[in-house]
Design a protein around this ligand. Structure first.
Ligand SMILES: Nc1nc(=O)c2c([nH]1)NC[C@@H]1CN(c3ccc(C(=O)N[C@@H](CCC(=O)O)C(=O)O)cc3)C=[N+]21
Length: 283
C-alpha cells in the first residue's frame, strides 16, 4: 500500500480560482485589494517567497508593492515605514518578511502593524482572537494546513492530532486551529520524551520543526495523515521537508510533498486574508 499524495499546489490553484471570482465581484465595485511586502536585507530564500507572493498578487489582480530596504535599516526606520502603510488606504495587508536582522526586535515590528492589516495573523490581538475563537485574521500556514485536511476529506473532528513543533508561527496556532476543528491535540517539542511513540499515536501528524527528514516510518501509524510544514534548503540547493517522504510513503495513508505541499497553500491563504481585510475595510 502506498500513501495518497496531497497535492497542495493543485488544491492551492483551485482556491485561487475561487478567490479570483470573489475578487472580480469586489473589483466591479471599484475596489482593489492591496498588499505590501517589506523585505529587509537580501536573504536569498526570502527573495523566492517574496517573488512568489508578488506573482500571486498579479494572478489575482491585486495591487501589490514590494519594498526592499537594506539590511542596515534601523528599527525606527522600519517602524516609520509600517506607520505609513498603516494609514495608506489602498493597502489592506502588510507583511514584513521574517526573520529580521538581529538588531531589529521582531516583536516591536509585529506589534506596530495595525491589527486590521496584519495578514500574517501574528499580531497579539489576532493571536488572542484565534485562541478565544472570535473572528480573526488567521496565520497563513496553519490555516493552509486545515484547508488541506478538509479538502482531502480528512476532517479533524474526533481525530487525534499530534503537532511536532511549538513555534508562534506554526506549531502553536496550528494546534489551536485543530482544537477548534474538534480534534484531540497533543503538542510535542524538543523536550518531549518518547517523541517517536507520541507521533505514532497520531491520526493526523503535523510536523513543523525545521529538521530535515526527522520523521521516519517508525513515527507513523499505518494510514495516518502526515502534513509536512518543513522547508529546509539542503546544501545542494534542493528543498526538503521535516518528514522523510520516501520512507513514510508505504506506511502513511496521506502525505504532503515538499515542495508542492503546504508551501503554496501559505501564499494562497495570504491572498485570502488580504481579500478578507479589503472586504472588512469597505463594509
Ligand atoms: N512574515 C512572514 N510571513 C510568512 O508567511 C513567511 C515569512 N515571514 N518568512 C518565511 C516563511 C516561509 N514561507 C513560505 C511561503 C511559501 C513557500 C512556498 O511557496 N514554497 C514552495 C516552493 C518555493 C521554493 O521553490 O523555494 C513549495 O513548497 O512548493 C515556502 C515558504 C512564508 N514565510
Amino acid at each position: 500500500m502506498s500513501a495518497q499524495i496531497i497535492y497542495g499546489k493543485s488544491i492551492s490553484d483551485s482556491i485561487r480560482q475561487e478567490l479570483l471570482h470573489e475578487v472580480e465581484t469586489f473589483k466591479s465595485k471599484g475596489i482593489t485589494p492591496g498588499l505590501v511586502v517589506i523585505l529587509v536585507g537580501e536573504d536569498p530564500a526570502s527573495q523566492v517567497y517574496v517573488r512568489n507572493k508578488a506573482k500571486a498578487c498579479e494572478q489575482l489582480g491585486y495591487y501589490s508593492e514590494v519594498v526592499r530596504v537594506p539590511a542596515e535599516t534601523t528599527q525606527d526606520e522600519l517602524l516609520e515605514l509600517i506607520k505609513k502603510y498603516n494609514t495608506q488606504e489602498n493597502i489592506n495587508g502588510i507583511l514584513v518578511q521574517l526573520p529580521l536582522p538581529k538588531h531589529i526586535e521582531e516583536k516591536a515590528i509585529i506589534d506596530a502593524i495595525s491589527v486590521e492589516k496584519d495578514v500574517d495573523g501574528f499580531h497579539p490581538e489576532n493571536v488572542g482572537n484565534l485562541m478565544i475563537g472570535d473572528d480573526a485574521l488567521l496565520p497563513c500556514t496553519p490555516s493552509g494546513v486545515i484547508e488541506l485536511l478538509k479538502r482531502t476529506g480528512n476532517h479533524p473532528a474526533g481525530k487525534h492530532a499530534v503537532v511536532i513543533g511549538r513555534s508562534n508561527i506554526v506549531g502553536k496556532p496550528v494546534a489551536m486551529l485543530l482544537l477548534r476543528e474538534n480534534a484531540t491535540v497533543t503538542i510535542c517539542h524538543s523536550r518531549t520524551q518518547n517523541i517517536e511513540e507520541m507521533a505514532r499515536q497520531a491520526d493526523i501528524l503535523v510536523v513543523a520543526v525545521g529538521i530535515p527528514k526527522l520523521v521516519k516510518k517508525d513515527w507513523v501509524k499505518p494510514g495516518a495523515v502526515v502534513i509536512d510544514v518543513g522547508v529546509n534548503r539542503l546544501p545542494d540547493g534542493k528543498l526538503c521537508g521535516d518528514v522523510d517522504y520516501d520512507d513514510v510513503l508505504d506506511v502513511a495513508g496521506w502525505v504532503t510533498p515538499v515542495p508542492g505541499g503546504v508551501g503554496p497553500m501559505t501564499i494562497t491563504m495570504l491572498m485570502a486574508n488580504t481579500l478578507k481585510s479589503a472586504k472588512r475595510a469597505h463594509e
